[in-house]
Design a protein around this ligand. Structure first.
Ligand code: TYM
Length: 328
């Protein structure tokens, strides 16, 4: 069975973008692949985090994976910092990365822009991400499309290492979902929906109450055409809502255009809100059942154990190939 790896940062409450761009795919993929889903807390600390908030976010994110339908009998769910091989291989991958290529990463440019105290880890974030993926002989990485640049770099680093030392790493393929790969801000629909947006109205969080979701969608920025038509360039707001509706139902974008011909934005927005609530409500109910459970801890303990077993094997091979440590 081929292996899938993906990670989400516990850097804030999870958004509808994270769900539609990543987590929803995870649930489908666990049926056919050996899946590793990782809460990448070591990535989250590349920017300042509050200790207690971080702890809560980690647990919330773990519970949301399970509530969304990740089955611990099919997939391995674990926390990055509980598997030390990640930072160990991360260091090794740093030795294979060039400062120039890291400085070219758009996520680094965005997150460091205008700041005078930027951690060096924000720059070396991609080699750690490469390590996450390469430790598990991953063949496929499902992500939203903001991560494709990091994944291209992961592929380059794997090939660079394999050519220089020994053919150890599987070079992973990128898997971006067809619809939902880039959910945009509700207030500035040319920007991606983000966990860290200061404007609360711009983002739907997975744990937002139904009334709040409805309110946010009703006040989403659209345009004055009154036509429900997919045109990202000229109608980014409406196109984003159409993408959300398509991702939350079985409707295609064409079917949505047809369905809303001659119907105003009022009804359209109401239907988008209903579809989002219908998608998130069952997840929220299940979330509240498991967030404080011992079961959640047991699953994470077991996940870290299993992940460590596989990760340590790959790490040992990489160390040996480079001549680190002693021969045993
Ligand atoms: P993160 O935590 O920012 O996002 C987690 C996943 O959600 C996707 N995503 C979106 N998809 C659609 N629309 C959006 N508005 C949106 N916002 C986020 C992301 O593409 C991602 O798939 N570097 C990664 C975390 C990571 C990782 C990994 C991912 C660390 N190691 C190894 C894959 C494999 C990140 O910051 O994702």
């Amino acid at each position: 069975m081929e292996t899938i790896f993906s990670g989400i940062q516990p850097s804030g409450s999870l958004t509808l973008g994270n769900y539609l761009g990543a987590m929803k795919q995870f649930v489908e993929l666990q049926e056919d692949y050996d899946c590793y889903f990782c809460i990448v807390d070591e990535h989250a600390i590349t920017v300042p985090q509050e200790r207690l908030k971080l702890r809560n976010n980690i647990r919330e994110l773990a519970a949301l994976h399970l509530a969304s339908g990740i089955d611990h009998n099919k997939a391995t769910l674990f926390i990055q910092s509980e598997v030390p091989a990640h930072t160990q291989l991360g260091w090794i991958m740093q030795t294979q990365s060039y400062i120039g290529e890291l400085e070219r990463m758009t996520q680094f440019k965005d997150k460091s822009a205008g700041k005078n105290a930027v951690s060096s880890a924000l720059l070396t974030y991609p080699p750690l991400m490469a390590a996450d993926i390469l430790l598990y002989n991953t063949s496929l990485v499902p992500v939203g499309n903001d991560q494709t640049q990091h994944l291209e770099l992961t592929r380059d680093l794997a090939e660079r290492f394999n050519n220089k030392y020994n053919d150890i790493f599987t070079v992973p393929q990128i898997k971006v979902s067809e619809v939902g790969a880039r959910i945009m801000s509700l207030q500035e629909p040319t920007k991606k929906m983000s966990k860290s947006d200061q404007n609360q109205k711009a983002t739907i969080y997975m744990l937002d109450e139904p009334k709040r979701i409805e309110k946010k969608i009703k006040s989403a920025v659209t345009d004055s055409d009154g036509v429900v038509q997919f045109d990202k360039e000229n109608k980014p707001g409406v196109s984003n809502l159409m993408t959300i509706l398509a991702s939350c139902t079985n409707l295609t974008l064409d079917q949505i255009e047809e369905k809303y011909q001659g119907v105003g934005y009022g009804q359209f927005k109401q239907d988008v809100a209903d579809a989002v609530v219908a998608t998130l409500k069952p997840i929220q109910d299940r979330y509240h059942e498991i967030i404080d459970s011992q079961e959640l801890d047991d699953i994470l303990d077991h996940g870290a154990e299993k992940a460590s077993r596989i990760a340590n094997k790959t790490l040992a091979k990489a160390k040996k190939a480079m001549g680190l440590g002693r021969v045993k």
